[in-house]
Design a protein around this ligand. Structure first.
Ligand SMILES: [Zn+2]
Length: 163
């Protein structure tokens, strides 16, 4: 048995009224690697089941597709090293969540968030629709940083033209 298999076996998908959740059977310390991110097939366009891993790369992530969004997440996806990491200490039996705009620039299927966190962004549509002050509070992958910088530079150029 490989360690990858062991890591994945501690994650359980629960389905209730077609709504899927990903639960851990194990505790984790903040910063601990939970498992590698599976990458099944890479596409150039997002859909509601994909995770963005590069500027024009989107992938299916196997079991991790059951991860729901939270504005106060307990895991993050490191798309550079293809790992799922604990964002804080996690108890056995907790549902795992990540902050979708930390990987998604512009989502195919935006939705309204009802996570109830004090920092809830309400509309989850991708990083491009969020202010920097919100994004700064979260783990951001390199492709999201690159897009942010590009957007800021474009804005600067527009402002110059107005002068
Ligand atoms: Zn929220």
């Amino acid at each position: 048995m490989t360690s990858t298999t062991t890591a994945m076996e501690t994650l359980v998908i629960k389905t209730e009224n077609k709504f899927r959740t990903l639960i851990t059977k194990q505790t984790y310390k903040k910063g601990e690697v939970i498992c590698p991110m599976p990458s099944e097939n890479i596409m150039d366009k997002p859909n509601r089941y994909t995770v963005q891993i590069g500027r024009t790369r989107h992938t299916h992530v196997g079991k991790l597709a059951a991860l729901n969004h939270s504005c106060d997440p307990n895991v993050f996806l490191d798309t550079e090293h293809m790992l799922m990491v604990a964002a804080r200490d996690i108890e056995k039996g907790e549902e795992l969540f990540f902050f979708y705009p930390s990987t998604e620039w512009e989502m195919d299927a935006p939705f309204i968030c009802l996570c109830g966190s004090a920092n809830c962004i309400n509309v989850v549509a991708g990083a491009r629709f969020l202010p920097l002050s919100t994004l700064e509070r979260h783990y951001l992958n390199p492709h999201i940083r690159e897009e942010m910088i590009k957007l800021l530079n474009n804005t600067k150029q527009h402002l110059k033209k107005l002068k």
